[in-house]
Design a protein around this ligand. Structure first.
Ligand code: IPE
Ligand code: IPE
Ligand code: MG
Length: 250
């Protein structure tokens, strides 16, 4: 086993890791290839990280695969990404089942082309009773879309008397988001050396530890993932308290 793997404290793992998988296009360009080639090669990184999370028994892994804003990319690229989604779901459903993994999704998936939507729902259904790691794919997702949906639903429920406006608090808001069944991410990783969030889980990452890796997504390996977990475990999460208070409560 690798150095970093051995340094991981298996009793202090993050329950939820979220990843902004970025850098496919630049990786392809650096290799003199079209952008789609980068996306194709990004799939093996998805496989590697998913496998690593399952082996470590991390409960939730959320991968940002396609944002609301990504619909604005050239049609050719969007089509390539959608095609890749279909073939990957097709190929990987069996592996997910073998590894006792469950697939879930967040985002405006109704916008996905019919074949993608059908494959996705098929895989979700087929893996729904698995009890290991949940792989949560953010597809046609953006945080502002999700927040607007939440506000719309809360206002409807106030209007129809299901809740009263005085009940609106942190917890209630969280329960109206698409991540309602998932704890907030403990750790958010972004690859490719970009230092931004790009409309991802804005509400949920209020107290997440952030890690920005320079590695382009198609080059991202299990080893990179382990190294980040080790770094995460060295941090002190204070949630507004003092370091001393955190030490005392241990
Ligand atoms: C991430 O890689 C994949 C998606 C956003 C779908 P990019 O395609 O954004 O790659 P860069 O950022 O252009 O290198
Ligand atoms: C964020 O990457 C979205 C995904 C990884 C799916 P982008 O490449 O779309 O983000 P920006 O445009 O550089 O902020
Ligand atoms: Mg990008």
């Amino acid at each position: 086993m690798s150095d970093f793997y051995n340094q991981i404290n298996k009793n202090a793992l993050p329950a939820h890791v979220a990843i902004i998988m970025d850098g496919n296009g630049r990786w392809a360009k650096a290799n003199g290839q079209p952008r789609a080639y980068g996306h194709i090669n990004g799939v093996k990184s998805v496989r590697a990280v998913t496998e690593a999370a399952a082996e470590l028994q991390i409960k939730y892994l959320t991968l940002y695969a396609f944002s609301t804003e990504n619909w604005n990319r050239p049609k050719e690229e969007v089509d390539a990404l959608m095609g890749l989604l279909v073939s990957t779901i097709e190929k990987e459903t069996e592996t997910l089942n073998k590894n006792n993994m469950r697939l879930t999704t967040i985002g405006d998936t109704k916008r996905l082309p019919e074949p993608v939507y059908k494959k996705l729902m098929g895989c979700i259904e087929s893996t729904s009773s698995n009890t290991g790691t949940t792989l949560n794919l953010a597809l046609s997702y953006s945080s502002r879309w999700e927040i607007a949906e939440m506000v719309r639903q809360i206002s409807e429920d106030v209007k129809n008397g299901k809740i009263s406006s005085s009940e609106i608090n942190d917890e209630l808001i969280s329960s109206y988001l698409s991540t309602k069944d998932i704890p907030d991410p403990d750790l958010l990783i972004r690859t490719s050396g970009e230092y931004r969030i790009s409309n991802f889980l804005l509400w949920q990452i209020a107290y997440s530890e952030l890690y920005f890796s320079p590695v382009m997504w198609p080059d991202f390996t299990k080893e990179n993932f382990y190294e980040i977990i080790v770094d995460y475990q060295k941090r002190q999460r204070r949630f507004g308290k003092t370091g001393e208070q955190i030490e005392e409560s241990k």
